[in-house]
Structure formats: C-alpha cells, structure tokens
Design a protein around this ligand. Structure first.
Ligand code: GLN
Length: 313
C-alpha cells in the first residue's frame, strides 16, 4: 500500500486531537511515585513516515519515561546482537493472558519467560544484553534506544530513583526466573538495568520515529543509520502483535489491526510495517496499564489513514 499523503496525515492528527482532547477516562498509575505526579491532561501525538517526515499535534515534545515501550527495542537490539535462535531458545512468544507484572505467569509456566513484552520476558531479555560491566551494558541499551530514535536519549534520574525504591515485585520476578535457571545474569543487577531501561526519557515524537525505524526494516528514517536488520524488525513486530498490550493485546489487534506497545507512563507506539510509526503520550491508563487515549487515537488513525494490516480495502 501507499503512504498516506502529508495532507491527510495533518488533517487526521488535528481531527483526532480535537476529538479526544476532553476524554478523561482512566487513572494515572500510583505504584511508581514519580509517575503519580504527572499532569494527566498532557496529550501528544506524532506520526513518522519511513521517508523521515514527522507530523505532530499537542504535547508531542513533552518528556516522559519510556517504561515498557523500551521492551520491543531492547528485544530487537539483543536479537540483532546474539542472533534469533539464541534468543528464541530462552524467551517465548506466547501471550500470558495475565498482567504485565504477574509472578503467577512465571510460576504457571515453570519459569520459562513467556514473551519479551511482559516484565518476566523483558527481564530475561535484558539479562542477555552484552557487555563486560554494568556500565557497558547500560550504554548498549541507552545508545541502542538512541539510534532507534535518531537522537541522543538520556536517563531520567528521578524516575529511576523513584522506581528503584518500589521495585520489590520486579526483583521477585527476577529471582523467581533465576531459581528456574532462566536468567542469564544476576537477578539484582538485571532488575537494576531493566529499571534504568524503563527510565529513559522520550517524547511522543521520539516514539513515532522509533516505531518508524521498526517499520522501515531497521533503518532510522531521520539518520539513515541501520540499527538492526529487517528480519529482527519482523520478529519484533510479530511478538508485539501477540503481547504488546498485555492481557488486552487481543482487543488491541482487533480494533487497531497493527502491532503496538504501551507503557505505564502513558506512552504507546503503533507500527505500520513499511509505512511508519505513531507515538502517543497520554498518562491516564486502563486497568491493564495501557493509555486510554493512546488506544483511541491509534484506533481512529488506523481507520482514517487506512493502516489496518487486515483490511483488504
Ligand atoms: N518499569 C515498569 C515496571 O516494570 C514498566 C511497566 C510498564 O510500563 N508496563 O513495572
């Protein structure tokens, strides 16, 4: 299919922003203190074409922590580095049907990380990050995410400190995985690195470009730099289709018809393979931890721009 024209994207972005501006459904998360402080009214939308054109509406440059939207990108970077088969042997690609931070999902599956988009699988993925020291492994992630975004990304120290102080559940998941031999590295260090990865600052614009890099076979459309190969993008997007919105992944795929990934800070990406990426920031979440307005924007734009992968017309 063809790319939507600049004209149609601009009109659709304006329309969708006005349509959902007053939508106040959902709640900001309270389990990470720093996220509970965020202005829930913030609303940013960005679309990035694989050509490098970026269109925005609202608070598209407002900074927030990437949270779980980091998961597909770290998964892609690790796959690129270690190869598909090595990663595939350690991390599954089936949905859990359970919340993203479920301990039960690990236990029910005898310690095998079910998929890279929930915390257990993401921790197992982060444990595979190459590097001789914690600093080298952190730099692999920070630099890799930056290359997807086409600009230098940094850590939000406040979010990192806040989340590190309330991280008992993720530490428990990491230890449980470790007890099954499913974690390639020490559970405490792995949880710390995973928490850093979640605390990287981005904007809706960054998310759109990161999504466009996945849509573009791994070449960032802003820098023309190859970040990962096309096969890795394909594998990452198929894993998103199964589990990007946790236990609401089926609802999402049915309504939006494209792979997507959410995070508890209110960020959400949608990827139209071969076409581009959509990034939305809106902090109020549904019960599964997915941005409410983000889902509605993706649904609306998927239809308005004709991006649904399953539509034949
Ligand atoms: N850092 C968050 C956590 O592990 C990320 C979860 C999310 O965005 N869904 O709880």
């Amino acid at each position: 299919g063809r790319l939507p024209t600049a004209e149609s994207v601009r009109a659709a972005l304006d329309g969708v922003r006005r349509r959902f501006q007053e939508d106040r459904e959902g709640e900001v998360p309270d389990y990470i203190p720093e996220l509970a402080e965020v202005d829930p009214e913030l609303f940013g939308i960005a679309v990035a074409h694989v050509s490098g054109n970026v269109f925005t509406a609202g608070d598209a440059d407002h900074p927030f922590s990437i949270q779980s939207v980091s998961k597909p990108f770290v998964f892609a970077l690790v796959n690129h580095e270690l190869g598909r088969d090595t990663v595939r042997r350690r991390i599954g690609v089936n949905s859990t049907g359970l919340p993203f931070n479920s301990v039960l999902a690990v236990e029910l599956n005898h310690g095998s990380p079910m998929n890279p988009m929930v915390n257990a699988g993401a921790l197992a993925t982060t444990a595979l990050v190459p590097g001789a020291s914690p600093e080298e492994r952190w730099e692999f992630i920070r630099h890799g995410l930056s290359r997807f975004a086409g600009r230098e990304l940094r850590l939000d120290e406040r979010v990192y400190a806040s989340e590190s102080g309330t991280n008992q559940r993720n530490e428990s998941i990491a230890r449980l995985l470790d007890s099954y031999g499913a974690l390639a590295r020490d559970p405490v260090a792995t949880t710390a690195l995973y928490t850093r990865q979640c605390s990287v600052t981005v904007s809706a614009r960054d998310l759109a470009v990161m999504g466009a890099t996945l849509a573009n076979g791994g070449v960032c459309p802003l820098t023309d730099e190859r970040v990962v190969d096309a096969g890795v993008c394909r594998d990452t997007l198929s894993a998103l289709a199964t589990a990007g919105l946790y236990e609401r992944s089926g609802d999402w795929l049915y309504e939006v018809g494209m792979p997507g990934k959410s995070g508890v800070s209110g960020g959400i990406i949608t990827v139209a393979p071969g076409k581009g990426g959509l990034g939305v920031f809106s902090p109020r979440l549904d019960e599964a931890g997915n941005s409410v307005r983000g889902q509605r924007v993706a649904h609306f734009l998927s239809g308005a721009l004709g991006m649904d992968l399953f539509a034949s017309t």
